[in-house]
Ligand binder design. Structure first.
Ligand code: ADP
Ligand code: MG
Length: 497
């Protein structure tokens, strides 16, 4: 353990107050995130990247590693790699080098993985995110490109392991953070933002169930306030954010236990079992020299023009944080509302299209975040499939504003169009939801209510003014909700004088 118990709220190892123990250890966490690029083809050959197809149906001599087969770099993957690096505010290097990382594993037929080591695609980035204690920042040490391995499948053949090489050669970007995270919740908050950024720049489908985003979490403890790092363990291959958080909590608890009993944390690699919620030791930590990295003799260095990098920079869409800021300044939204609406590009685009068509940002925000979101959740849809497009929603908001339909009726219309399509006007007509504003009809309902509620009417006239609401409600009931409540109010007040 490094550092020494020299800091403020730190005690010496091995003494004390059991209840307060873990307060004296500060967790330090750094993440390595593997992101599968959304390319059509693999990184070094022409096979398609497909999830869930017949095993070993997308393989060729290159990704199988047959002798003499030569790789060529897929420019589409490189472009997505550059985009990823720029979105993380990294410096993209015009020359990076493909290297071989040598190890044996059944799902790696070549005996080495093509990756980048000494000279990665990009370094020195930064991600700003909302941490558990407010705005926080993580430095990105590097972002490099590499190929994925195949998959070992343990539940297909009894007492045997099957190997599917469809995934072998899929382009990945590995994002390595500095050890800047301080708790499992902090790590999760960062990952949530990272995923959001990757989705915004559209480099990956970020589908965690399919393994498009996989996290290795490194964690160590040090006496709170110390500046040196303690010995770390690495938790491999976690493919859910809740898994990362749980695994880190368990591992931190274990390390506290070890250090509290004056033990030392062994550098090791741990494997997370999501079903059992357990960590098990996989191997003692290997060092990079164990992999015998060397530049791949079959691949020239990856050389980019500054023009390519600059045009990728120009093509970068507005990122979530600045879009959120802009929603606050341009549309007068609260931080919370702006945050909800910019959670995905799709919802932000939908909201902005509604605003552009209706010009009333606050009610557009309320409708999109409220009834529209509720319906989308219920129907398992997003704005791409939702049948009420931005134009129609804007029109509906106008119809509520000018009193053509009530708020309640508008929600019914929204649900009906979301379910069966059709135009707003025809649905309003069909369901008889247009508000009645015809004076003689309104007066008829009002007189009926006055006649049937003599008691309330006289109490109102004697000064019990709050009964107005009740009487308006009765009129609304009489009209099956179709009366324009504002007009009912006005007319009723006159009649009751
Ligand atoms: P390794 O050589 O074991 O792969 P690196 O120094 O390359 O270790 O770092 C890998 C990851 O582990 C990075 O995300 C880094 O931030 C994190 N890391 C490094 N040292 C520590 C530590 N002492 N505690 C927690 N995380 C660490
Ligand atoms: Mg590592």
């Amino acid at each position: 353990m490094a550092g020494g118990p020299d800091a403020r709220d730190c005690r010496s190892i091995g003494d004390e107050a059991p209840g307060r123990r873990d307060l004296s250890w500060e967790p330090v966490i750094g993440l390595e995130v593997h992101v599968q690029m959304r390319t059509e083809r693999k990184l070094f050959c022409g096979n398609r990247v497909v999830f869930g197809d017949e095993p070993n149906s997308h393989v060729c001599p290159v990704c199988l590693g047959l002798p003499g087969a030569l790789p060529t770099t897929n420019p589409e993957a490189v472009e997505l790699g550059i985009r990823t690096a720029l979105a993380l505010d990294c410096t993209v290097h015009l020359t990076s080098v493909w290297e071989r990382k040598n190890y044996f594993y059944p799902d790696l037929p070549k005996g080495y993985q093509i990756t980048q080591f000494e000279m990665p695609l990009a370094t020195d980035g930064v991600v700003i995110y909302d941490g558990p204690e407010g705005e926080a920042m993580v430095r990105i040490r590097r972002a490099h490109m590499e190929e994925d391995a195949g998959k070992s499948i343990h539940d297909r053949i009894p007492r045997g392991t099957a190997v599917d090489l469809n995934r072998a050669g899929t382009p990945l970007v590995e994002i390595v953070t500095e050890p800047d995270l301080r708790s499992p919740a902090d790590a999760r908050a960062f990952l949530t933002t990272l995923k959001q950024i990757l989705e915004y720049v559209d480099v990956s489908d970020c589908n965690m169930e399919e393994g498009s985003l996989r996290v290795d979490a490194n964690v160590s403890l040090r006496p709170a306030g110390a500046s040196e790092l303690g010995a770390k363990t690495e938790i491999k291959n976690v493919n859910s954010f809740s898994g990362v958080e749980r695994a880190l909590e368990i591992e931190i608890t274990r390390q506290v236990e070890v250090l509290d009993h004056s033990g030392t944390v062994d550098q090791e690699t741990l494997l997370w079992d999501d079903h059992k919620g357990q960590l098990r030791s996989m191997r003692s930590k290997e060092d990079s020299h164990d992999y015998r990295y060397f530049p791949d003799p079959d691949l020239p260095p990856l050389v980019l023009t500054s023009g390519l990098v600059e045009s990728a920079r120009e093509d970068l869409p507005e990122l979530p944080r600045s879009r959120r800021e802009r929603f606050i300044t341009d549309y007068g939204l609260s931080l919370y509302d702006a945050g909800v609406l910019t959670q995905t590009v799709a919802s932000a685009d939908y909201f902005e299209a509604v605003v552009k068509a209706s010009t009333e940002p606050k009610s557009a925000a309320n409708w999109v975040m409220g009834p529209v979101q509720a319906l989308m959740n219920e129907r398992r849809e997003d704005s791409a499939t939702f049948q009420v497009d931005a134009q129609a929603l804007a029109e509906l908001i106008e119809l509520v504003a000018d009193g053509t339909v009530s708020d309640t009726a508008a929600k019914k219309v929204l649900a009906a169009v979301a379910a069966d399509g059709g135009s707003l006007r025809s649905v309003i007509e069909e369901l008889g939801l247009a508000q009645v504003r015809d004076d003689s009809q309104l007066e008829e309902w009002i007189r009926a209510v006055i006649e049937t509620h003599p008691d309330e009417v006289s109490r109102y006239r004697e000064g019990e003014k709050r009964l107005l609401g009740f009487l308006v409600g009765e009129v609304m009931r009489c009209s099956s909700g179709t009366a324009d409540p504002r007009l009912v109010n006005t007319i009723l007040m006159k009649e009751l004088i």
